[in-house]
Design a protein around this ligand. Structure first.
Ligand SMILES: Cc1ncc(CN)c(N)n1
Length: 222
């Protein structure tokens, strides 16, 4: 079994089924998701992407080959730019500006997820950093593909779905899966276990991120 398949089976298979069943996700395709929840999601995702692109530069700095340095540095600059472009269009369609993103600030789940990613990418090994960021690529690609089959009656949601279900995004994800499988042949048992832990933790955060948006969770105090 490839390392990526091993990570998915232990850390993501069950959570992924829960993600597809989550009312935020089903609401995107049947059009029942409240715009206020999607607005919350796009605002929080704008905060998340700022941290994520920094995390990818840390992954690039830890990479053990020139090709991998280039790969993650390119993703930090270009793949993220596509998502940020999508966000600024969607913010406009939802009647928001980037000042609204700053004013809303980062909510509890976003803050926890960004902090975890940053910590692993800053202090873990290269393989651990790749395992931590992998669900961000892989789950969005698979959710995007699944939702593309159903699309959405809401043009705003349909635009979001088409970005993550696109062939361009698929190629980006495949390149990271290939790196992961190569690293699977290089890691020792202790490091392998830490990779599993990071992969399953960030997979859970992916579910929690959609759930927080659905509930529009805010800080309980302050
Ligand atoms: C929370 C989250 N996870 C992943 C992605 C896809 N890069 C995203 N935009 N937002």
């Amino acid at each position: 079994m490839t390392f990526s398949a091993e990570l998915w089976e232990r850390g993501a298979a069950k959570v992924y089924e829960e993600i597809l069943r989550h009312p935020f996700i089903t609401g995107l395709t049947d059009g029942t998701l409240e715009h206020s929840a999607f607005r919350y999601f796009i605002i929080q995702d704008s905060h998340y992407l700022r941290a994520y692109s920094r995390a990818l530069t840390l992954v690039a700095a830890r990479a053990t080959s020139e090709d991998d340095v280039r790969l993650f540095a390119t993703h930090a600059a270009e793949a993220i730019a596509v998502e940020q472009g999508l966000h600024s269009e969607l913010l406009g369609s939802l009647g928001l500006e980037s000042a609204d993103v700053d004013a809303a600030g980062s909510r509890p789940t976003t803050t926890a997820y960004m902090s975890y990613l940053t910590a692993v990418c800053a202090t873990g090994t290269y393989a651990e950093a790749v395992a931590a960021v992998l669900p961000c690529y892989w789950i969005y690609r698979d959710v995007g593909r699944e939702l593309l089959k159903r699309s959405s009656p809401d043009p705003i949601y349909a635009q979001w779905i088409s970005t993550y279900g696109s062939e361009e995004f698929d190629a980006v994800v495949e390149s990271v899966l290939a790196v992961t499988d190569r690293l699977g042949d290089e890691v020792g048992p202790g490091e392998r276990e830490r990779c599993h832990r990071h992969f399953s933790t960030t997979t859970r955060y992916e579910w929690m991120f959609w759930d927080a948006a659905y509930r529009e969770l805010d800080w309980p105090v302050g």
